[in-house]
Design a protein around this ligand. Structure first.
Ligand SMILES: [Zn+2]
Ligand SMILES: [Zn+2]
Length: 270
């Protein structure tokens, strides 16, 4: 009869544990987690497993707290009572981008995680947010549009901001998504000048503030021209930033721009 392994001291049993990035409770890693299978099953093939990208970074309890958007305007991503292809605002003033996928509302705990990532120097939260984006898209069966994307481009920060913060969260999210979806991620946009802090500006003021801010890098132009681009940002508030970035892409000959954002503020329209 085989001797049970229970006699082994607990300290010798190899465990992979991590702390939930929201409630900080220790969790035992499960390689069968939803994030694992969701990311790996996309397009029917497995992506390379990068240790720290395969953890289920939120515990089940905290995951259930994520405020999911149930219905939106497909064009601008604004939450609506039932799904619509064009909301009233988009019918009057269509944005330059063609679609938005933003699965979460900018409410607790998504707002807390994003602020912690940006202002308390936690770039790893960007990876977690990218995982949650993937899982949400996979679960909602809203991933048909993902296959048409040729290149992923993050919304850039001005170099001085990037130097100060040390990272661009949109770029980390974009790279993580590119890695899982097997789509090239190019830092093709540049923010040519600094802009005023936008928190207290109206949409009109934001658009003025960002006028002629984004330029496309000559180096990447030929790889983007005529292609379908996914423009990645962390939060979409009034839509002014992605509108100006999308205008720069379209002016450079990009065929189609879909915005991929983690979260959308509920009360504003773009
Ligand atoms: Zn938790
Ligand atoms: Zn709309």
């Amino acid at each position: 009869m085989k001797r049970p392994k229970r006699w082994l001291p607990q300290s010798l049993i190899k465990r992979h544990t991590y702390r939930c990035m929201l409630c900080q409770m220790p969790q035992t890693e499960s390689t069968d987690s939803k994030s694992h299978s969701a990311a790996h099953d996309h397009q029917g093939h497995k992506s390379q497993c990068h240790n720290d990208l395969c953890h289920n970074d939120l515990c089940e309890y905290c995951q259930a707290l994520l405020p999911k958007v149930s219905a939106t305007c497909a064009r601008c991503g604004i939450p609506t009572s039932t799904p619509v292809s064009l909301c009233g605002h988009c019918q009057k003033t269509p944005p330059s981008f063609d679609a938005v996928i933003a699965p979460f509302l900018y409410q607790f705990p998504v707002d807390y995680l994003i602020k912690r990532c940006k202002h308390q120097h936690h770039p790893e939260i960007s990876v977690l947010l990218a995982h949650e984006w993937l899982k949400s898209i996979q679960l909602s069966d809203n991933h048909a549009g993902l296959q048409n994307v040729d290149v992923i481009v993050p919304v850039p920060q001005h170099w001085s901001r990037q130097l100060q913060r040390g990272f661009n969260q949109a770029e980390i999210i974009a790279q993580t998504l590119g890695q899982y979806l097997h789509i090239d991620c190019l830092t093709a946009l540049r923010k040519a000048r600094t802009s005023k802090a936008q928190q207290h500006l109206t949409r009109k003021e934001r658009l003025m503030n960002l006028k002629n801010t984004f330029t496309i890098s000559e180096k990447f132009l030929h790889r983007c021209k005529g292609k379908n681009i996914a423009l990645v940002d962390d939060v979409m508030t009034t839509g002014a930033t992605v509108e100006m970035a999308s205008q720069a892409l379209k002016a450079a000959g990009i065929k189609n721009v879909t915005v991929w954002a983690i979260a959308r503020t509920p009360e504003t329209s773009c």
